[in-house]
Ligand binder design. Structure first.
Ligand code: ADQ
Length: 409
C-alpha cells in the first residue's frame, strides 16, 4: 500500500472573515453549531482511511490548537495522528511567506515520514470528499500532481485558480485569480475552478517547493507559483470533484463544495444547513463529520410564561446541546452550545455562537452573534441596518455581525 501524508494548510490570515477571525484562525471559526470549519477536511481524510495529518498553523492559532488537541486525538497505538505544526522559523527569521513556503519550512516532516504521495489541502471548505478516489485517479494517470476541480459561476471566477483541461483530464492551462476568467468549453456561464486541494507525488512536491524557495521574486503561493508553471513540463491532472461518490450521499449533494471565502458566503453556507431538506446532509452517519465531544446537558425547551402561552420553541433550526430556549422562538437559525433565548424574543435566520444569551423581548434577524455576547432585553437587531452599522459590523449582503465578547448596551 502506498504511504500517504496529508498536509493541511491552516495558516492564512483569514482577513475576509473579519470580525469572526479577530481572535481565531479561519479554520477555527465555528460552523453548523457544533463544528469548526477545519473539521470538514479532517473528517474527509479520516473517513477516507488516511490517518496521518499535519496541520500547518500560523496566525492566531491558539483557538485552533485547542480545538485540535481536544477533538482530534487519534490512536497513537495504530500510528494515527492529527498534529499541529506551528510556524517555527526553521529556515530563517521569516514567518511563512505563502502557502508553498509553509511546506518548504517543514520539509523535514516529509523526510521523516517518507510518504509516496502527499495531499496538500486547504482548511477552509465545507464539503465531503473521498480522498482515496482522488488518489486512485492520480496513480492511474501517473501524475506528478493532481488538482481537484469544480465548476463555479463565471462571475465568481476571479476568486479562484481557473483551469483549462483536455479530454484525457490533463491540465492544459491554469491562471490564478484572473480578472476575466475563461469559460468552460460549451458552458459560457461557468469556469472550472481549482478547489485548492492538491495531491503530489512526493518527489515532485519536494522538487517544486525547493525550486520555489530559491526564486526570490516568487509569491510562494501554490496557485500562482507552482500549478501555473508545473503543468507545462510535468503531467498535472485535473480531478473532477463531481465524480466523487460518498457512502450514504444523496445525489443532490454530489459536487457540493463551499469556499467559506467571506462572511456572506459563510452565512449562506450555514443557512444551507437549516433548509428542511438540505443539499448538504449533516445527518449522513456513513460519512460523519467529527468534532469535539462536549459534556453539556441536552437542549431544553421551556414553557416559560404559562399565562401568555409562551412556549419556547425552535423551527427549521439546528440546536446544539446545553441550549435553553425559554419562552422565546428561533426560526431558520443555527445555535451553538449553551445559547439562551428568553421569553418574547424572536430570532430569525441567525447564527448564534457558544454562550450567547438573548434577553427578553428582543427581535433579531439575519445576524451572526459571536461567542460570549449577551444581548440586553428589548433590543432589535437586523431590522434597521443604518442603525446597526453605527454599532456593529454589517456585511455587503446585509448580515449584522457582533464580535466575540462585545459588551452590547
Ligand atoms: P486562496 O484560498 O485565496 O486560493 P490562500 O490564501 O493561499 O489561497 O489559502 C489557501 C490555504 O492556504 C488556506 O487554507 C490558508 O489558510 C492557507 N494559507 C494561506 N497562506 C498561508 C501561509 N502563509 N501559511 C500557511 N498556510 C497558508 C486557493 C488557491 C486557488 C483556489 C482556491 C480555492 O490558490 O487556486 O481556487 O484556493 O479556494
Amino acid at each position: 500500500m502506498a504511504k500517504l501524508l496529508a498536509m493541511i494548510l491552516a495558516g492564512g490570515a483569514g482577513t475576509r472573515l473579519e470580525p469572526l477571525t479577530r481572535e481565531r484562525a479561519k479554520p477555527a471559526v465555528p460552523f453548523g453549531g457544533r463544528y469548526r470549519i477545519i473539521d470538514f477536511v479532517l473528517s474527509n481524510f479520516a473517513n477516507s482511511g488516511i490517518y496521518r495529518m499535519k496541520v500547518l498553523t500560523q496566525y492566531k492559532s491558539d483557538s485552533l490548537n485547542k480545538h485540535l488537541s481536544r477533538a482530534w486525538r487519534m490512536s497513537a497505538f495504530l500510528g494515527h495522528y492529527v498534529e499541529t505544526v506551528p510556524a517555527q522559523m526553521r529556515t530563517g527569521m521569516d514567518w511563512y511567506k505563502g502557502s508553498v513556503d509553509a511546506i518548504y519550512q517543514n520539509l523535514n516532516l516529509i523526510t521523516d515520514e517518507e510518504p509516496d504521495h502527499i495531499f496538500v489541502f486547504g482548511a477552509d471548505h465545507v464539503y465531503r470528499m473521498d480522498c482515496r478516489q482522488m488518489l486512485d485517479f492520480h496513480t492511474s494517470r501517473k501524475a506528478a500532481c493532481t488538482v481537484a476541480a469544480i465548476p463555479v459561476p463565471i462571475e465568481e471566477g476571479k476568486e479562484f485558480g481557473i483551469i483549462d483541461v483536455g479530454p484525457d483530464g490533463r491540465m492544459k492551462g491554469f491562471v490564478e485569480k484572473p480578472k476575466n476568467p475563461p469559460p468552460m468549453p460549451g458552458n459560457p456561464k461557468y469556469c472550472l475552478a481549482s478547489m485548492g486541494n492538491y495531491l503530489f507525488s512526493t518527489d515532485s512536491l519536494v522538487k517544486e517547493v525547493v525550486r520555489d524557495a530559491a526564486a526570490e521574486a516568487s509569491a510562494h503561493d501554490f496557485g500562482k507559483s507552482i500549478i501555473s508553471q508545473l503543468y507545462k513540463h510535468e503531467p498535472v491532472y485535473v480531478y473532477d470533484f463531481a465524480q466523487n461518490v460518498i457512502a450514504g450521499q444523496e445525489e443532490k449533494e454530489r459536487g457540493y463544495w463551499r469556499d467559506v471565502g467571506n462572511i456572506d458566503t459563510y452565512y449562506q453556507s450555514n443557512m444551507d444547513l437549516v433548509e428542511v431538506d438540505p443539499v448538504f446532509n449533516l445527518y449522513n452517519d456513513r460519512w460523519p463529520i467529527y468534532t469535539q465531544p462536549n459534556n453539556f446537558p441536552p437542549a431544553k425547551f421551556v414553557f416559560a410564561d404559562r399565562e401568555n402561552s409562551r412556549v419556547g420553541h425552535c423551527t427549521d433550526s439546528l440546536v446544539s446541546e446545553g441550549c435553553i430556549i425559554s419562552g422565546g422562538h428561533a426560526h431558520r437559525s443555527v445555535l451553538s452550545p449553551k445559547v439562551r433565548i428568553n421569553s418574547f424574543s424572536e430570532v430569525q435566520e441567525s447564527i448564534l455562537f457558544e454562550n450567547v444569551t438573548i434577553g427578553r423581548r428582543c427581535r433579531i434577524r439575519r445576524a451572526i452573534i459571536d461567542k460570549n455576547v449577551e444581548i440586553p432585553p428589548g433590543m432589535t437587531i437586523g431590522y434597521d441596518l443604518d442603525e446597526d452599522r453605527r454599532r456593529f459590523h454589517v456585511t455587503p449582503g446585509g448580515v449584522v455581525v457582533i464580535p466575540k465578547g462585545m459588551k452590547v448596551a
